[in-house]
Design a protein. Structure first.
Lengths: 302, 335
């Protein structure tokens, strides 16, 4: 037997997973390392599930659409009304549960619109540069100097009540931050070899941006989205709190809290229930965001 | 240095022009009928038309903008439809209350956040570090208005040691107007009783506003201190036998301050805009309450005025932050 026959053939381990899947499982492993992120994810999933299932699991559906029961007003928390009842005898748990639908949905919608508009503006500004960049970025800078909460309140008040008007008003103040972020990333990426190659092959600018540049800058956008969502929910609640946005009887956390303020401190549970819900939602999304940032942008980990 | 400040101030002019134009366009293209709202449900069409004319709303838009712009420079910021007073006078009346509140909140956040950040960075992974880091997560997620309500419940209603709301008791007269900041004015007048009353009213809203910036400043300070502590020059100083205290306060603190300073500057704008919420909770007679009232009645001149004032304060803060970088780091000092 010669030595050559003795050496075993080079074994290439058969891939059981695609490379992409492997990346994901590695990312998930890193995510699991921080128990705070896992708790955040758990609460977020629970909140979204509760919001989706709310119409079927709400204990007093009639209270959510404006029904009252004044005989049972200001009941402290008990087995039949977990979070007590308000001035109209409505079950606070039912209101907070159904209120999560408006609050969570609006928060997510704001971020979604902000990402869509901001990415578009930022990508065009960064890709074309020149006067297009100048004009778009000056507008972005101007919007960033305006106190966002006041602008959102003013626009929402002028558009009138309604969930969508509120979402649009807040989105107007949210997209500039994304435009800035995306512009910076696009400027870096457009100098890369693969973009030059795509350009040489005659790809149109839409194709270069959409197929080559944007897919490569998803991570920083996802990180910002996950860190922002909690604050979007908070902004929605803030607008509700000052009396702009959704009108009763549609329950919304901020509005519920502002109504409860009148009955403080004797009927504290009417304020504590919606306030804690806002706090919990913001906290959960922040924890989740911190975790995602650690996974997608390890350099920012501290 | 002076030249640099001047150049930066001159550069603010186009920004402010753009800002007024943007706000003006937004205010005019938005739907809504502020005059109709202000005139009330029983107003005749003639009355509404007359009010429109008085407010100059019938003119072409460019003319309206030009009138507004020339008015701004001469101190005529338009009339508030709701208070029926000049916006400029209103703002001058409400501004000191807001400035006092924002300063107080910033003072609390900085004076607690920075030492706490330093301390937890030095004793990394200690008990205090874990406790404050967990608390900071909560502090950032805590809505200002909910915290305000909880504080009211706790200190005003149950413990009854601080007033529920307002800035000064109506039956007593505030200290003589010097700065408009009651606490400072009381100190200037040497009136300790007034100072205590003003401070007791200021405490709760300031704490409600300060918690989130405090948590962020602390986190930022901790992170940048940890980063600076790992630098080579710190190791050299240790090798040279310098005391920990000297290293920390003479060399590390300055370098760690730079990034924290940026955060503090950004929070000035956040605090000013956020007064809308906290002033509503505490009935604090400041710009936020004024703006909220104006927004709810779709009274746009005050809203533009307040927004402009806040934007100017923000821009000047940013300039101040840029100059302060030079204090902590001579490398970025401007000639």
């Amino acid at each position: 037997m010669s030595r050559a026959e003795q050496t075993p053939p080079l074994v290439v381990p058969r891939r059981t997973q695609s490379a992409r899947l492997e990346n994901w499982s590695r990312a998930f492993y890193r995510f699991r390392q921080s128990w705070l992120s896992v708790i955040g994810l758990g609460i977020v999933v629970a909140l979204i599930a509760a919001a989706l299932l709310a119409p079927w699991i709400v204990p007093y559906p009639e209270h959510v659409v404006g029904g009252t029961n004044t005989a049972a007003k200001f009941q402290p928390p008990s087995a039949s009304a977990w979070f007590g009842t308000n001035a109209l005898g409505q079950d606070m748990f039912s209101l907070v549960l159904v209120g999560s639908r408006v609050s969570l949905f609006s928060g997510l919608a704001v971020v979604f619109i902000a990402v869509a508009v901001g990415t578009m503006v930022g990508a065009v500004a960064g890709y074309f540069g020149g006067w297009v960049d100048e004009v778009l970025m000056r507008l972005t800078d101007l919007l960033l100097t305006i106190p966002s909460l006041i602008l959102a309140m003013a626009v929402a008040a002028a558009l009138g009540t309604g969930v969508w008007n509120m979402i649009i008003a807040i989105s107007i103040t949210w997209w500039p931050a994304y435009a800035r972020l995306v512009r910076g990333e696009v400027i870096v990426k457009k100098e890369e070899q693969f973009v030059v190659a795509a350009h040489a092959l005659g790809a149109s600018w839409m194709r270069i941006l959409g197929r080559h540049i944007l897919p490569n800058i998803v991570s920083p956008i996802v990180v910002k989205v996950s860190l922002d969502t909690g604050f979007a929910i908070l902004t929605v609640a803030s607008l509700g709190f000052v009396g702009i946005g959704v009108k009763p009887p549609t329950p919304e956390w901020g509005t519920l809290l502002s109504e409860a303020r009148r009955y403080m401190p004797d009927y504290w549970w009417t304020a504590v229930a919606p306030g804690s819900a806002i706090f919990l939602a913001v906290l959960a999304f922040n924890l989740l965001g911190d975790g995602l940032r650690d996974v997608l942008d390890p350099r920012a980990r501290r | 240095m002076l030249l640099y400040i001047l150049r930066r101030l001159v550069l603010l002019v186009p920004v402010l022009l753009g800002l007024t134009l943007l706000l003006f366009i937004v205010a005019r293209i938005l739907p809504g009928d502020p005059v109709g709202l202000a005139a009330g449900p029983n107003a005749t069409p003639e009355l509404i038309e007359q009010m429109r004319r008085e407010l100059g709303m019938g003119l072409p838009l460019p003319v309206q903008y030009w009138n507004y712009l020339t008015g701004l420079v001469s101190g005529d910021w338009g009339m508030s439809i709701f208070t029926r007073r000049p916006v400029f006078a209103d703002i001058m009346e409400y501004l000191p209350a807001t400035v006092e509140l924002v300063f107080a909140a910033l003072f609390i956040a900085v004076s607690i956040g920075i030492p706490l950040g330093l301390l937890t960075a030095v004793n990394r992974n200690g008990v205090l570090d874990y406790a404050t880091r967990t608390a900071a997560l909560g502090g950032i997620a805590m809505p200002r208005f909910f915290l305000g309500i909880l504080l009211q419940m706790m200190f005003a209603a149950w413990l009854d040691i601080l007033p529920l709301s307002g800035r000064f008791p109506l039956i007593e007269s505030p200290p003589d107007h010097v700065t408009g900041l009651y606490t400072i004015d009381a100190l200037i007048a040497g009136d300790w009783l007034a100072f205590r009353i003003a401070l007791s009213h200021l405490a709760l809203p300031a704490i409600a506003m300060a918690l989130s910036p405090l948590a962020t400043i602390m986190r930022m300070m901790r992170a940048s201190t940890i980063e600076v502590l790992q630098q080579d020059y710190v190791m050299t100083e240790r090798a040279l036998g310098l005391s920990n205290r000297l290293i920390l306060f003479k060399y590390v603190l300055k370098n760690a301050m730079t990034s924290t300073l940026t955060v503090i500057g950004l929070y000035v704008s956040w605090l000013l805009g956020g007064t809308v919420l906290v002033e509503t909770v505490f009935d604090w007679p400041g710009l936020g309450l004024y703006a909220t009232q104006a927004i709810l009645t779709q009274d746009f001149m005050p809203v533009i005025g307040v927004t402009l004032v806040i934007a100017v304060i923000y821009l000047i803060t940013m300039l101040a932050v840029d100059l302060l970088y030079g204090v902590f780091n001579p490398k970025v000092r401007h000639a």
